[in-house]
Design a protein around this ligand. Structure first.
Ligand SMILES: [Zn+2]
Length: 318
């Protein structure tokens, strides 16, 4: 008996310290109000389409806010608008099509038309607005616009600067009063994504609601997600850029996977140039982190941008 006790003590001593497991995703029911923060049309489906479709079936309210309208993808404009040298008018035409596609995708996910908010700020300009143009004018080198040009936007005609962007975003948050916000992590490689995550943290933090934000990554590192293509039976793997984050898997059942696939198919302009990559986000899980960055990493909060990486045009566009 004494020997047995000694052995048990040794085992207990030798066992590694238990690491606290991250909290599960909040329960989804009729009292849940979700706000998806999408830097571009298509991010809403890529990051969160499975959770959104599931939440709607559970009776939850879901709203989506698009920070930009996606008019900064020259390669896409060349393909979609059939021109070798896309001009500002071509880029605006592309953005208009992407706004329409986002509405169709939201419908496929079961989101009400009255819960869609287009802010209309410049594609590939969000970080510049927060850093260098918070109170000074900004003009998009892609669309030529220096103010929100879309009539469907929350505040059409708002001059492009960071203060107006933050005001508009805060307006959406106040209108939705979300219990759960799904926003990009500052570890995402795309500057618009990083900046949109910081914007969400700033606005929700000012309301004392920072703990309502869960984070996702779409630009997770080259070749991720792997394998490429539609493999809905596979779980999603953690992105290389976010390995230190405490990822919480959300199980996406078959009906929600199918809704996500259909929603992604609505983004025809994007499918033309990166369809296989987009379909590799249709998996049996989606990954969310209750933390924006690793607990040991304060640099991404204090100094933007963090983890700079040169992206190809395809990688920089989703
Ligand atoms: Zn994006």
């Amino acid at each position: 008996m004494r020997i047995l006790v000694t052995m048990l003590v040794c085992v207990a001593t030798a066992a590694p310290a238990a690491t606290p497991s991250p909290p599960a995703m909040p329960q989804l029911d009729a009292s849940t109000r979700i706000l998806v923060v999408a830097p571009h049309p298509d991010d809403e489906s890529l990051c969160c389409g499975g959770l959104v479709a599931t939440a709607r079936r559970m009776g939850a309210q879901v709203a989506i806010v698009w920070v930009t309208s996606g008019g900064g993808f020259r390669l896409d404009a060349m393909v979609v608008e059939k021109t070798v040298r896309p001009k500002a008018a071509d880029m605006r035409a592309l953005a208009r099509r992407r706004i329409d596609e986002a509405q169709y995708a939201a419908q496929a996910l079961g989101v009400d038309a009255g819960q869609l908010f287009f802010l209309g700020y410049p594609d590939r300009g969000v970080l510049a607005l927060l850093l260098d143009h918070y109170e000074s004018p900004y003009r998009s080198k892609y669309t030529g616009a220096d103010a929100v040009p879309w009539e469907q936007a929350l505040n059409p005609g708002s001059p492009y600067d960071g203060a107006n962007l933050e005001r508009d975003f805060a307006q959406v948050v106040e209108r939705v009063r979300p219990t759960l916000v799904l926003a990009p992590s500052p570890y995402d490689a795309h500057p618009d994504h990083r900046a949109s995550g910081i914007l969400a943290m700033r606005v929700l933090g000012a309301r004392g609601e920072a703990n309502r934000v869960y984070f996702w990554i779409v630009h997770g590192g080259r070749a991720w997600p792997t394998p490429r293509g539609l493999r809905p039976e596979l779980p999603q793997t953690p992105p290389p850029r976010g390995l230190q984050l405490p990822w919480v898997p959300f199980a996406v059942d078959a009906p929600s996977r199918e809704a996500k696939r259909v929603a992604l198919r609505m983004h025809e302009t994007q499918l033309k140039v990166m369809g296989r990559k987009m379909m590799s986000f249709v998996r049996s899980t989606e990954l969310y982190s209750p933390r924006p960055v690793a607990a040991s990493d304060t640099r991404c909060i204090e100094a933007l941008p963090c983890r700079p990486e040169v992206l190809t045009e395809e990688e920089a566009t989703l």
